[in-house]
Design a protein around this ligand. Structure first.
Ligand SMILES: C[S@@+](CC[C@H](N)C(=O)[O-])C[C@H]1O[C@@H](n2cnc3c(N)ncnc32)[C@H](O)[C@@H]1O
Length: 264
């Protein structure tokens, strides 16, 4: 299932804002002083644009973005102090100099992250920070409609089992994991009232992320595109009713779950 970096880059400001809100909670001074992190890891870094902001904040750190999508990494920026690796989050383990780990909007694709977190946190060096954000919108109309329409139509067999069940915890769940691992931690949630321009903007938003498995399965089952078009038409109509366009655009509320911890 491929990622399309140009499609993902649509709505870049709305997608970037939680990243900035997340890393603002990492209380490591900017710059290259004695407290600067030695290595900074961005797990599931995507196109690397946001990873580059970590390199700008800590210019003496070795900053590495890790992602399993070659398409995403192909558009990653090239600059000193910044490296990108093709790899899976499931196979990553923290190194002894990984003083900051950031993972933004990626762990929801890794259902095993809940069981992997304790081991990661245990392996972090003393003083390290772990900062994560995952979308907590699996119960929102956009995702509920995606699932209910997937289960009700000529595509139902093709889409059976394609969509994930909710793979993320509430803030308290991540807080508990971090506290149990001995970190000083905080966790919270924010619902962003995203104002999206254009027609069918919620469809365009999910096309870049959560709808990809559906589209990939339909395209594979029916290369003519008819099945994909039929599903998309019905889903688009349902989204228009759930998120009506207003005079200023379409408001797409988006809940996100954050957790940030520091190892003593
Ligand atoms: C929604 S994008 C987020 C990208 C970036 N962190 C950001 O905030 O813009 C999710 C990224 O996670 C990556 N990803 C998904 N599953 C992964 C896995 N198992 N291992 C590594 N990367 C993964 C995808 O390739 C994609 O680039």
């Amino acid at each position: 299932m491929r990622w399309d970096p140009s499609r993902y880059a649509a709505f870049a400001d709305d997608r970037a804002r939680p990243f900035h809100d997340l890393v603002a909670q990492i209380a490591v001074p900017a710059g290259a002083g004695p407290e600067a992190p030695r290595r900074v890891v961005d797990l599931g870094c995507g196109p690397g644009t946001l990873t580059a902001t970590l390199a700008a904040r800590w210019p003496s750190a070795s900053v590495v973005g890790i992602d399993s999508s070659a398409e995403m990494l192909a558009s990653a920026p090239a600059q000193d102090g910044l490296a990108f690796e093709l790899g899976t989050i499931e196979h990553w383990t923290p190194g002894p100099t990984d003083d900051v780990v950031v993972t933004n909007a990626a762990l929801q694709w890794v259902p095993s992250h809940v069981s992997l977190l304790p081991g990661w946190l245990d392996a972090l060096p003393s003083g390290a920070w772990f900062a994560m954000q995952v979308p907590g919108n699996f119960g929102s109309p956009s995702h509920a409609l995606m699932r209910s329409i997937a289960a009700d139509g000529p595509w139902a067999d093709v889409l059976d089992g394609v969509l994930r069940t909710d793979p993320v915890l509430d803030p308290a769940g991540y807080l508990g994991i971090m506290l149990d691992a001995g970190l000083e931690a905080r966790a919270w949630e924010t619902t962003y009232a995203q104002l999206l321009p254009g027609s069918d903007p919620v469809l365009e938003w999910v096309r870049g992320t959560g709808l990809r498995p559906v589209l990939a399965a339909l395209d594979t089952a029916d290369p003519s595109g008819d099945l994909t078009a039929a599903y998309t038409e019905r889903y688009a109509a349902a989204l228009r009713a759930a998120y009506p366009a207003g005079t200023h655009g379409t408001v797409y509320p988006f809940r996100r779950v954050f957790a940030v911890g520091r190892k003593p």
